[in-house]
Design a protein around this ligand. Structure first.
Ligand code: THG
Length: 284
């Protein structure tokens, strides 16, 4: 199955057979004081720098999230989307729980974006899916509903089925729904890893769709987060995740190695090219 996204100048195809497509997570004020202050004051230079750095590091798509206390997402999300579109060529993932902010951003977006996200909650399905249809976008479906995020694999998988069915009902093709089985911190619940991985396996088997996840969530609160993030991303890719949301510079080498081992990198071309680029950077 293929999910096709575009910017004004580029097309990115996410394939269930791989290779892995990386969505850059860093335009997100969560846990970043400097970026939060910059967004509040409308200084978007730091956003441009993050956009360029992530694409340089190999991001295929950029997630754009401006959600922070004291930020009006309905004003700022479309503004930041315009700035990022004018700075880099890659397609964008519009990240907000606010349907008004999403629609204002869809209006200014040039191309076919990914919308992050819809949930299994009735309110979300009713408000977000018609927007996806109207603007011809693709959407990330989160496996949570009015009762929150289930601990139970069966329940998460059932919500994924529901989201795909409801999308198809309003005329959104299945390939334009990307499921996120939701990553919680293993530091808070040591079963968080197995629950999300098992849910991914089932969704891949039963629905055959592309899968994403917010990989860095796994390590919240623990030391040496990169070690955990790299291990998790490898397991997630092996199980069916095709377009994770990640800190690209920190996980790309492990992702390319994983793709190579899974037979998704002919003649190891992508792995070797990335190695050569790292060497060049070192010389500089
Ligand atoms: N699923 C989907 N979308 C998502 C998430 C998800 N969007 C947001 C988030 N989760 C994924 N993005 C991030 C971005 C940053 C971090 C984690 C996930 C992060 N930031 C560091 C912190 O908070 O400590 C700060 C990093 C820094 O300062 O460099 O960990 O699950 N669909």
């Amino acid at each position: 199955m293929e999910t096709k996204l575009t910017s004004a100048k580029k097309q990115v195809i996410i394939r269930t057979e791989g290779p892995t497509v990386l969505i850059g997570e860093r335009i997100n004020p969560t846990g970043k004081k400097k970026l939060t202050e910059a967004l509040k004051s409308g200084n978007l230079e730091i956003v441009r720098k993050e956009a360029i750095a992530q694409v340089q590091a190999g991001a295929d798509i950029l997630d754009v999230n401006v959600g922070a206390l004291g930020v009006d997402e309905e004003v700022l999300l479309p503004e930041v989307v315009k700035v990022v579109m004018n700075t880099v060529d890659v397609p964008l993932c519009l990240d907000s729980a606010n349907p008004v902010a999403l629609e204002k951003s869809l209006k200014v977006y040039q191309g076919k974006p990914l919308v992050n996200s819809v949930t299994g909650q009735e309110n979300s399905l009713k408000r977000v899916l018609p927007l996806i249809k109207k603007y011809g976008a693709a959407v990330i479906g989160l496996t949570m509903d009015d009762d929150g995020i289930p601990d139970d694999v069966d329940k998460r998988v059932a919500i994924a089925h529901k989201i795909v069915e409801r999308a198809e009902k309003v005329g959104i093709p299945r390939e334009d729904v990307i499921i996120d089985c939701l990553t919680l911190a293993v530091g808070a619940n040591d079963k968080a890893g197995v629950v999300v991985i098992e849910s991914i396996r089932r969704v891949r088997e039963e629905l055959g769709v592309n899968l994403t996840l917010g990989a860095s969530n796994i390590s919240f609160g623990l030391p040496d987060r990169d070690i955990i993030n790299n291990a998790f991303i490898t397991v997630a890719i092996c199980t069916g995740v095709t377009c994770p949301i990640v800190d690209v510079a920190k996980v790309r080498p492990a992702v390319l190695a994983t793709d190579l081992i899974l037979g998704r990198d002919r003649y190891a071309m992508r792995y070797i090219k990335a190695y050569q680029q790292r060497q060049k950077q070192m010389e500089k």
